[in-house]
Design a protein around this ligand. Structure first.
Ligand SMILES: [Fe+2]
Ligand SMILES: [Fe+2]
Length: 453
């Protein structure tokens, strides 16, 4: 019998939907709000099980379930699995419901499947070889990119929990490219997974795909910036999981070439910016792809127009926050801001934050044939002209001119991402006057107002 899954967070909902669909072999309808859930119950009268988060979208939905059940005999009742951090003991509505059981967030998939109980046939257990897979053994890849590169020999996995993966295709499955793409699309999952030791084939095809794209001006213009962000997100994962292998380097460089080409071809900075969506949920990828556009434009106003300069800025931007995986942590701009928010982060994250400029610049040094000062820009990207930055506390004389361009561009991009205040260039220029009052920073600041955002 069909199941309704009412959970607001898309990623959690899709993961659980996949697990229930493939392991319990039941049709699953999804809802992200109480209204969607109530509509689904009306449209699909056969639903007898609802999996719903608590608290959250449960309020109205739970009351609706109580009223639906009131008129039904026991065998026809809708039963609910309540997903919550702890049992909602005192809740009057929950008491009146037909609750099948409680699934904790920490063990959501296993406890939900266990509660669905008899519906999980033994013979669709995860194969032994996949059971052993954990987060440490896999790389998270954007589904859109997997579709771009086409059919792979390597296994493609769905992640059910940090220690549980299911292979999407079984050994011996043979597909036409269209069928493969259709299946990936149908899963409606933003991400799929490859085994760490099976990434080479994907990387090779991916590089070829990006290099082919590079030859086509129209395609570059159409693909940027969404593709750049997707590539960044996946390349960051691969850099962190596999290190700067020759294959990963090739993909990063191809992406940077596309970014530089898009910069050079775009008639106006304003046009590029219009097409950039500020995606705060994907801060790392999103701001890393926006910075080169601003930094490049700023460098141009200083008459630093060479393609090498643009390449340095784009590569530095691609790599500068790669060691950070927490989006909110990467959005922190200074140690003072970090001290204010330190309760939001673990001790390990605090350490990662303080050392990420060093770690990222070490990573850049491993790249073959790249301009030598890319690692300097990365190392200095949190330094400030008054010496209040980190990791070295350098002052404006010690900060390299290109790092200064990067710092000012990054500052501007951070202001664009700030949800608290809508971005107005003139206000940003005014607010940063004192901060950038000397040396190269003063010159750059004077150019800021001329940017056509
Ligand atoms: Fe950054
Ligand atoms: Fe950073």
């Amino acid at each position: 019998m069909p199941i309704l899954l009412a959970i607001n967070k898309k990623e959690v909902r899709e993961m659980l939907a996949f697990a229930v669909e493939s392991r319990a072999e039941e049709k699953v309808y999804e809802a992200s709000t109480a209204k969607e859930a109530i509509d689904a119950l009306a449209d699909h009268g056969a639903i007898r099980t609802v999996i719903c988060e608590y608290p959250g979208i449960s309020d109205v939905l739970f009351r609706h379930l109580v009223s639906l059940n009131r008129a039904r005999p026991e065998r026809d009742q809708i039963r609910t699995i309540v997903c919550s951090a702890r049992k909602p003991e005192g809740d009057e509505t929950v008491k009146r419901m037909n609750v099948l059981g409680y699934a904790s967030w920490g063990n959501l998939i296993d406890s939900t499947l266990a509660l669905l109980g008899g519906a999980v046939p033994e013979n669709v257990e995860t194969p032994e070889s996949d059971k052993a897979l954990t987060d440490a053994d896999t790389c998270r890849i954007r589904t859109a990119l997997l579709i771009r590169v086409g059919l792979l020999q390597a296994g493609v996995y769905v992640r059910l929990s940090p220690t549980k993966y299911v292979k999407l295709f079984q050994e011996g499955d043979e597909f036409e490219k269209d069928d493969y793409t259709r299946i990936l699309n149908e899963k409606r999952l933003d991400y799929l997974y490859l085994r760490r030791d099976e990434c080479s084939e994907f990387l090779l095809k991916f590089k070829q795909d990006l290099l082919a794209l590079l030859q086509d001006d129209m395609a570059v213009a159409a693909a940027v910036p969404k593709l750049l962000e997707e590539v960044h997100e996946t390349a960051q994962e691969l850099l962190n999981k596999l290190g700067a292998t020759a294959e990963v380097q090739a993909v990063v460089k191809a992406n940077v070439q596309i970014a530089v080409k898009a910069m050079g071809k775009a008639p106006k900075l304003a046009d590029i910016l219009k097409r950039f969506e500020i995606d705060r949920e994907k801060y790392i990828a999103s701001h890393s792809m926006l910075i080169p556009q601003i930094a490049g434009a700023l460098a141009m106003t200083m008459d630093w127009k060479s393609e090498t300069t643009l390449q340095k800025l784009a590569l530095a931007s691609f790599l500068h926050d790669v060691p950070l995986t927490n989006q909110a942590l990467a959005a922190v701009t200074s140690l003072t801001e970090f001290a204010r928010k330190k309760d939001e982060f673990s001790e390990e994250e605090a350490k990662a934050y303080k050392f990420h400029p060093v770690k990222a610049s070490e990573l850049a040094k491993q790249f073959q044939e790249i301009p030598p000062d890319v690692d300097t820009i990365i190392l200095q990207h949190h330094e400030r002209p008054d010496g209040s930055g980190f990791p070295r506390g350098m002052t404006q004389h010690q900060i390299s001119p290109l790092a200064a361009v990067f710092i000012v561009a990054h500052d501007l991009v951070s202001a664009m991402f700030d949800p608290a205040t809508p971005f107005v260039l003139a206000q940003f220029v005014e607010a940063t006057k004192e901060k950038y009052a000397s040396g190269n920073f003063r010159k750059l600041h004077a150019q800021l107002a001329t940017l056509k955002l």
